[in-house]
Design a protein around this ligand. Structure first.
Ligand SMILES: [Zn+2]
Length: 573
């Protein structure tokens, strides 16, 4: 009896201590935000590929199981700025992979069609200032926590640079591996190929990353003279092959891709007092484009050997690796004593689908991107800037686009068209008559389920197919108009065609449109003390910034398109 009572009181004491400890954690409001974007991650990947860290955050934090992108175009260069601005694309300055630069903000001429993915930070800043200026999440964080910095890291130029503009202090783009840096030679930052370590000449990396030989690749004795992993010869991957940017490779101590990204983020965490860190892992996206994503990129379909280096260009490996990198970021937060007051957001910039029911791209090497002369591109058709041809900087690019698009191009009315899992066309002269003509032709193209014409700040439905499946009709009826309207501004496409499920025109796996599969995304918020909550609310990317500001007690200074969801963190507004 005496022993039992003693045990009981010990339990009570332990409980009290636990409550006090938890109470301390409860009292904290976040002082830092870390947004981890798994580019092109479908919500189902967490279970499918046993992404333990994602699952843990979802199962312990606020998990929005019905989250969706909530805007168009569901593209990387659009979504990353939606996340940190709280604005719909129509209010951001760009709402797709291309814009009509009505006011010649970018210097290619009035009304020039400019592909947004080819821009750098300075260009995004110009657009933000012209169509705003508007504050971004990083600006709010730095105002609330003076003396802190905001940084972002990823592999793709436009992803990192658009998200950084005009708010990040550091932005780091991890580039392709080029096997040219000799680490046995005396290391000199000026003599190593800068463009080999960080793709392009852009980015703004801090010196402790820029000058760190860890981010170089040794020639060594590797038996892989290139980093294509057969993706230049294997269909359907060869339409958009791996270029050495997204997989970790075979160089011990110099693993790249998502590992590079995590390593750079860890260095920033070690060297800076930060309040915002945006980290994007992109291997999932690349592999989804190449093979079609998790539904089809399976061991059974492609017979890859999990012990072979070729595992690195398939989804089971990429998803697990991205999750491992998230785990390293969490571990670093704990090591630095920052885990308790850091709000972690795990999401994706869009989902993905594949050409299971209708594929209208060109199944040839490099056919998805329009950059190969002589190959009819998938994504681009018509005329656009900036020029790929550096010898003729004053001549715009032109390409025919995919065969299936030719009836539309044959009208002679289209200046440029972008097609992914939707078709968006900019007309040479967007009169009501020309728009009606093009919308009529667009409705006859394979896979098109609905067409829209731009009318000022919204789009008007011009036609809808009566052969949608029940599932397509269900989703389209609820979200089609809502999603298309988020693009409408003076720079957006004049005529839009939404495509059926599993239907696309460029790479075998893709996103960009309004389909449920490309719109559904994972969305979880976590910090210690948060109550686990599952929500069926239709949380959108545009809601991230208002929600984070609410959790941190920061009052927005301008109106946003997103809404603030209450997170179950005690003390959160
Ligand atoms: Zn993306």
């Amino acid at each position: 009896m005496g022993t039992a009572r003693k045990t009981l009181s010990l339990v009570v004491v332990c409980l009290v201590v636990l409550l006090i400890a938890t109470g301390a954690a409860f009292g904290k409001t976040p002082k830092r935000v870390m947004i981890v974007v798994m580019d092109q991650m479908q919500p189902g990947y967490a279970q499918q590929y046993d992404m333990k860290n994602v699952l843990w955050l979802q199962n312990h934090g606020a998990n929005f199981k019905k989250a969706y992108v909530g805007d168009m175009a569901s593209e990387t260069v659009v979504s990353h700025n939606v996340m940190v601005s709280g604005l719909f694309p129509k209010n951001m300055g760009w709402s797709d992979e291309a814009i009509r630069d009505v006011d010649n903000v970018l210097g290619y001429g009035y009304n020039a069609i400019v592909t947004v993915g080819d821009l750098g930070t300075a260009d995004y800043v110009k657009l933000i200032n012209h169509y705003g200026p508007y504050p971004k999440l990083g600006d709010y964080l730095k105002a609330k926590f003076p003396g802190t910095i905001v940084a972002n890291v990823g592999e793709k130029g436009y992803q990192v640079e658009s998200m950084a503009a005009n708010s990040s202090d550091w932005w780091v783009r991890m580039g392709s591996k080029k096997n040219t840096a000799d680490l046995t030679a005396p290391f000199s930052p000026s003599s190593v190929p800068w463009t080999g370590t960080y793709r392009g000449a852009g980015g703004n990396p801090p010196s402790y990353i820029k000058n760190d030989p860890r981010f170089l690749v040794s020639v060594g004795n590797n038996s892989y003279p290139n980093d294509y992993y057969n993706t230049k010869v294997d269909s359907p991957a060869w339409m958009y092959p791996e270029d050495g940017r997204y997989v970790e490779g075979v160089y011990p101590g110099h693993e790249s891709g998502d590992i590079w990204v995590a390593d750079a983020a860890l260095k920033i965490m070690d060297n800076e007092k930060w309040s915002g860190l945006w980290v994007t892992f992109s291997a999932i996206d690349k592999i989804g484009h190449m093979w079609g994503g998790g539904a089809v990129d399976t061991l059974a379909n492609y017979q890859w050997d999990p012990n072979s280096i070729f595992r690195e260009v398939h989804m089971p490996w990429a998803a697990k690796n991205a999750d491992d990198q998230l785990g390293r970021l969490i571990k670093k937060l704990k090591q630095k004593g920052q885990f308790d007051d850091t709000l972690i957001v795990v999401t994706a910039d869009h989902g993905s689908t594949y050409g299971g029911k209708g594929f209208y791209g060109t199944n040839e090497l490099d056919a998805a991107s329009a950059s190969t002369p002589g190959v009819s591109g998938g994504w681009y058709a018509g005329t656009w800037w900036p020029s790929y041809d550096t010898k003729k900087p004053n001549v715009p690019n032109t390409t025919d686009g995919p065969d299936a698009l030719q009836p539309l191009m044959a009208t002679g009315l289209v200046e440029f068209s972008y097609q992914s899992t939707a078709i968006e066309s900019w007309l040479k002269d967007p009169t009501a008559e020309n728009m009606a003509t093009c919308a009529g032709v667009m409705a006859t193209l394979p896979g098109v389920i609905a067409t829209y014409g731009k009318n000022g700040d919204h789009y008007d439905l011009t036609w809808a197919s009566d052969s949608m499946t029940d599932a397509e009709d269900h989703w389209w009826s609820r979200h089609g108009q809502e999603l298309v309207d988020t693009m409408a501004f003076e720079g957006s496409g004049d005529v839009v065609g939404l495509l059926a499920d599993q239907t696309l025109y460029a790479a075998y796996g893709d996103h960009g449109g309004a389909q449920k599969d490309v719109q559904r995304i994972p969305m979880a918020f976590y910090m210690p003390g948060i109550s686990h909550a599952k929500s069926k609310a239709g949380f959108r990317l545009v809601d991230i910034t208002p929600t984070v500001l609410g959790a941190m007690g920061i009052k927005p200074t301008t109106a946003m398109d997103g809404k603030a969801y209450h997170l179950p963190i005690p003390g959160a507004k």
